[in-house]
Design a protein around this ligand. Sequence first.
Ligand code: KIV
Length: 273
Amino acid sequence: MSQHQSPDIKRITTHQLQAMKQRGEKISMLTAYDFSMARIIDGAGIDVLLVGDSASNVMAGHETTLPITLDQMIYHASSVVRAVSRAFVVVDIPFGYYQGNSSEALRSAIRIMKESGAHAVKVEGGAEIKESVIRILSAGVPVMGHLGLTPQSIFKFGTYTVRAKEEEEAEKLLADAKLLEECGCFAIVLEKIPAKLAKKVAESVTIPIIGIGAGGDVDGQVLVMQDMLGITKEFKPRFLRRYADLNAIINDAVENYIKDVKSSDFPNNKEQY
Ligand code: KIV
């Protein structure tokens, strides 16, 4: 547990996240997709773990988040849930499992909650998915929104560049954030938008705003675990801070292992029965 973490909290809840916003304590959030990494990250004291559909990129090697299925998300989520004793676990409903209609959205959310044991779901979009958000919330499932750069709509945007730089899109984003709050979402992720707009949104709603590439004047930050640990090498957006160079560390370890196997240095007398 780190010194920056509230010591008296045993399990993070939506109420605690809300209280953190009210007292100005920043919320820490990272993605996780498997048991071993989730256990380390939870043990370090992260507040929220997101089983993101970025699993489609960093776990499965797809170019976009679109191909990942609901079954695959549930598999990742259940592995993460088994590892966690403190963090609040949020799971992305993947592309194609909530946009059709609100019954489909509710069915998908219920499958995630029942089969993975997660604590909440995340969906991308504002007014256009309002009915789905309301229907999921009506079943008692907490919902996190996601606005700005929403990767499930990448083929509509055409690029991964900063969103909402123009007045019209900025106004829609602010209206969508207020709408998601009104519907009952417990938090919203804002991805890759101007810091000034993110600040305005965070000041305009009472629920926590978690940023990724949205500046420092929001209520918390999220990064993709593989990016911040330096496992992915090629992805270098301005907003990314790398906290380790695991790519180099793993590469060195594997090179040394290969060398030791080839030279019959491994295993030695003490490493056998
Ligand atoms: O899928 C994901 O990892 C996300 C984060 C980028 C917020 O949605």
